[in-house]
Design a protein around this ligand. Structure first.
Ligand code: ADP
Length: 253
């Protein structure tokens, strides 16, 4: 249908319990290589949007494509293949706490296989080499043997990024990746995401709730409020009146 890497057509999501309409008829196209930040207050639908892209959440209506292939309606085998091209990074890191940094990174090869299986699995030498390349890039080589729960938040998120890179993703979805971090660590993480976007050409879609970080890192901002797209444009067009609408506040001049 579409030459965009990610395309949505009239995507809505209504959750069963209580009938919350988290997404209201979103249509948009994202070309390969963009750094997109979805910005909006808590409850705006950012996480729901991100998770419908790989159908961790099933949209109620609408259609979604990745690289021209329809994600909605894909059978389980097809969906597994599609998901393999999409790396995910989570606010709470989702690491195996008691496993080493290296094991956590290598578990990315398994495409989100449950922790116990990752634990007992023997990894290929080639994958170990690749893991060390990612660890070096993310400044984690010295920590490869450490247990994940001994690391700082910023280090844990860097492990999360290295794990996602093991899939050689074409698209990275980052769901509030810096919400649990101090400002310096947050910037460090966003610097890495920018580097991966610019050096490797990986498309990034990143949820944030801080406008100043969105302005600094995004090539394109999607402003989401109550499940509706109320802004779609470059950071320099994100004016105060749009922020006021997004956050329902009046910002003094
Ligand atoms: P954001 O990521 O912007 O904070 P979410 O996508 O998490 O927003 O949530 C959007 C809306 O959908 C909110 O009203 C939230 O309460 C609701 N919601 C999210 N997940 C569920 C769920 N599993 N069941 C019911 N309601 C949900």
């Amino acid at each position: 249908m579409n030459s965009a890497q990610v395309a949505l057509e009239d995507v809505s999501k209504t959750f069963d319990n209580g009938g919350t309409q988290a997404l209201k008829g979103l249509s948009l196209a994202i070309p390969t290589g963009q750094f997109v930040v979805t910005l909006g207050p808590s409850g705006a639908g950012k996480s729901t949007l991100l998770r419908t892209l790989n159908r961790l959440i099933e949209p109620t209506t609408g259609r979604i494509w990745l690289d021209g292939e329809e994600v909605t309606g894909a059978d389980p085998a097809r969906l597994r293949k599609i998901r393999h091209r999409i790396g995910m990074i989570f606010q709470e890191f989702n690491l195996i706490d008691r496993a080493s940094v290296l094991t956590n990174v290598l578990s990315g090869c398994l495409g989100g296989t449950p922790a116990l299986w990752a634990w007992g699995n023997r990894f290929r030498e080639e994958d170990r080499r690749t893991a060390f390349i990612h660890l070096k890039r993310l400044g984690l080589v010295d920590f490869w043997e450490q247990r994940a729960d001994r690391l700082s938040g910023g280090q844990r998120q860097r492990v999360g990024i290295a794990r996602a890179l093991m899939q050689r993703p074409k698209l990275l979805l980052a769901d509030e990746p810096v919400a649990s971090l101090d400002p310096a660590s947050a910037k460090g993480i966003l610097d890495h995401l920018r580097d991966i976007n610019q050096q490797d050409g990986v498309t990034v879609i990143c949820n944030l709730h801080q406008p100043e970080l969105a302005r600094e890192y995004a090539g394109r901002i999607l402003g989401l409020r109550e499940g509706e797209l109320i802004f779609d444009g470059p950071p320099q067009e994100l004016k105060v009146n749009i922020l006021e609408q997004l956050y329902e506040v009046s910002i003094p001049a």
